[in-house]
Design a binder for this molecule. Structure first.
Ligand code: GLU
Length: 462
């Protein structure tokens, strides 16, 4: 056990989207790699937008990805007393002041700064005690005006900010309810966080937070700001982890893909979870933005489908089969072998379920593709399929080798070639002209279904 303590600190205002999942994952990987602690803090101070459903959705998405947090969850709104105490400390030692300026009073200044491409920095006389007595106010933090705030970001490098460019930020409302940059410092310190790993969108908050740490005499953690994630539509970027789960991604496929959004280990693309944990380090996180790429995501998932244990893959595909309208019992003897005929090609569990449902549909109800029927069920091929069925009745043990031997014997006896019967037979068995190998399909379907489906073949059927 090391003293590394990191946290994931989502605001429960929606789903766990891929960016959030990547932040959580990098924290998790860093903690596990260093044998430290991975903590969870729910930042629910925005009461109007925070919901319990969102908290539950975030936790369940994290669990699905195998990111189990250590220790109790810290819920930010339960810490209000500690936040108020810290505010009073800052009031007492003169680090904050009342500001009675109204935002609309600064609108013109703000717009002028924006028009000049500059960041608006609030400056006012309230800092020198010249605010309106008895007017509503907020608490502003008194930033130093001289010097620089410097820190070494573990991803972004040496970051220097002139203090003159840091605004006296509002840290609490008049009623003492604190705002983000303030509470995050109090809570990170309370939780003993050693490394703050979060998105680069927070980089400009860090100098402000460092000044607050110093004013409170708290140890400043190390920071690592992760590159942003671009690409895809905004809708897909902000879709939750459960969207990808429902699209048929394996947790390890999604984890592998997300881990590579900013992190690399040589040219290696495919990693097991344990391997990512072993190899992960912040020094190998790039500064440049990562772009989402659906094709790549599917390819990575496909590699994990190929590696997945058969029994687990069978269990994972079951709900997707039922979504396709096919109820398959978990102990159906066709399930495991059916999965084996599919795993090499399927990019997602959805695709796998769609392609394998033909095995489980009642023979007489198997839908037949009209084009395939028109092309392959002819006056010459259909009698051949019926003859093939007759030949197959004689197969002893219903295994792929014996089936293959029987079909080959039949083809030789008729002077035909395999291609003359393969597609017609596949159409009869699968319902369309694409599918796994003919003999493995027959082996999984079983003798009865195979014969029934071959004998169903008639020109113009469907
Ligand atoms: N609640 C913040 C967010 O979701 C956390 C920021 C941080 O990690 O400090 O962006």
């Amino acid at each position: 056990m090391s003293d590394v303590r990191v946290r994931f600190a989502p605001s429960p205002t929606g789903v766990l989207h891929l960016g959030g999942a990547r932040t959580a994952l990098f924290n998790y990987l860093f903690a596990r790699h260093n044998r430290g602690k991975f903590l969870l803090r729910i930042e629910d101070t925005d009461k109007e937008r925070s919901t319990d459903e969102s908290t539950q959705a975030i936790i369940s998405a994290m669990n699905w990805m195998g990111m189990h947090h250590d220790e109790d969850i810290v819920v930010q709104t339960t810490r209000i007393d500690a936040h108020r105490a810290a505010l009073h400390k800052l009031i007492d030692n003169g680090h904050v002041y009342r500001c009675t300026c109204r935002p609309e009073e600064r609108a013109a200044e703000r717009e002028a700064a924006l028009a000049a491409g500059k960041t608006f920095i609030h400056r006012c006389d309230c800092r020198d005690g010249q605010c309106r007595p008895d007017a509503p106010f907020v608490w502003r933090f008194r930033m130093p005006r001289e010097g620089e705030t410097v820190f070494d970001d573990l991803v972004q490098g040496h970051i220097v900010t002139a203090n003159a460019e840091i605004e006296d930020l509002v840290i609490a409302r008049q009623d003492g309810s604190p705002l983000y940059n303030f509470v995050v410092v109090i809570d990170d310190a309370f939780m003993g966080i050693t490394h703050v790993i979060r998105g680069k969108d927070h980089l400009t908050n860090t100098p402000k937070q460092i000044q607050i740490y110093r004013a409170l005499g708290l140890p400043v953690p190390q920071f690592a700001h992760l590159p942003l994630i671009l690409g895809l539509s905004k809708r897909l970027r902000s879709a939750g982890v459960e969207h990808y789960r429902d699209q048929g991604y394996l947790p390890e496929g999604l984890i592998n893909y997300i881990s590579r959004l900013g992190w690399s280990h040589g040219d290696q693309e495919i990693f097991d979870y344990e391997e990512i944990i072993e190899k992960f380090d912040l020094a190998s996180v790039n500064r440049s933005e990562g772009a989402l790429d659906l094709q790549k995501m599917e390819w990575v998932n496909q590699q994990h489908i190929q590696k997945c244990d058969g029994a687990r893959l069978a269990e994972l595909v079951l709900p997707f089969l039922s979504r396709e309208g096919v109820a398959v019992a978990p102990d159906d003897p066709r399930l495991r072998p059916a999965v084996e005929t599919m795993r090499a090609r399927a990019k997602t569990l959805v695709e796998m379920a769609q392609n394998m449902k033909f095995y489980f549909i009642a023979d007489e109800g198997l839908p037949l593709d009209g084009d395939a029927v028109a092309k392959f069920f002819t006056d010459t091929t259909c009698p051949l399929l019926h003859q093939m069925a007759d030949v197959l009745t004689a197969v002893g043990e219903w295994k792929e080798e014996a089936i293959s031997a029987a079909v080959h014997g039949f083809i030789e006896s008729t002077g035909l070639k395999l291609k003359d019967v393969a597609q017609p037979a596949r159409t009869a068995l699968v319902g369309r002209a694409a599918g796994p190998g003919l003999y493995e399909t027959m082996a999984v379907l079983g003798r009865e279904s195979t014969l029934a489906r071959l004998r169903r073949a008639a020109p113009g059927l469907c």
